[in-house]
Design a protein around this ligand. Structure first.
Ligand SMILES: N[C@@H](CCC(=O)N[C@@H](CS)C(=O)NCC(=O)O)C(=O)O
Length: 208
């Protein structure tokens, strides 16, 4: 049985849980991290030295880094769908997964931490505004990609959509409409994701 160690409200834990539900895989999810703790214990650090979540456990095999876990699950269980057969489509999905880690997540971090995890009187409004401004540029890149096709790497959902899903939900939920430019292709893609039961179950959760 596949096991994911990590609390459900983490955007990084949502990725493999959403992917597994899309594929139809059974999985045991264990609440670790945040208020649940456990991720600095020696037995956890022995399988994930970063002390972060998620970690995948599959019998004797363990894996950390949410995008690596997502790639592994898709390659093993979803060849031809979430793991595209065509090398160019797969590379495009891969490229957007890296974009999520290197550009999107660093921009979203001050927005999420500032607006969700920090009491209003302690917020660094300037840092939040700066990140939102950077978000116009970064989300604009994906909006232009989605003007060409319904999903990140082409005509169907692939692993390339998975890491970005939890982030777009936060961006559109946390940043007020008058603080962000309208991006019709990006918003239409989000609405397409919201129609998927696996996305609704694993990603459309209260943001806390
Ligand atoms: N690059 C890592 C980042 C993992 C990460 O930052 N996880 C956060 C939750 S989203 C975490 O473990 N925070 C500490 C905690 O929850 O206790 C990945 O993608 O897996």
């Amino acid at each position: 049985m596949l096991k994911i160690l990590g609390r459900r409200n983490s955007s990084n834990v949502m990725k493999p849980l959403w992917a597994m539900d899309e594929i139809g895989l059974d999985c045991e999810q264990v609440d670790i991290g945040g208020a649940f703790g456990g991720n600095q214990e020696s037995d956890y650090l022995a399988i994930n030295p970063t002390g972060l979540i998620p970690t995948l456990v599959e019998d004797d095999f363990t894996l950390w880094e949410s995008n690596a876990i997502t790639r592994y699950l898709c390659q093993k269980f979803a060849v031809g769908s979430l793991w595209p057969d065509d090398p160019q489509v797969r590379a495009t999905a891969d490229m957007w997964m890296d974009w999520q880690q290197t550009l999107c997540a660093p921009m979203m971090r001050p927005i999420f931490w500032g607006l969700v995890r920090t009491p209003p009187e302690q917020r660094d409004e300037q840092a939040i505004d700066q990140a939102i401004h950077e978000g116009h540029r970064i989300w604009g890149m994906l909006d232009r990609q989605l003007e060409k096709q319904p999903f990140v790497a082409g005509e169907t959902l692939t692993m390339g959509d998975i890491p970005i899903g939890p982030q777009i939900h936060r961006w559109l939920s946390l940043v007020k409409e008058n603080q962000r430019p309208s991006m019709p292709a990006l918003e239409a893609w989000y609405r397409r994701l919201c129609e998927r039961p696996a996305f609704e179950k694993n990603v459309l959760l209260p943001i806390d």
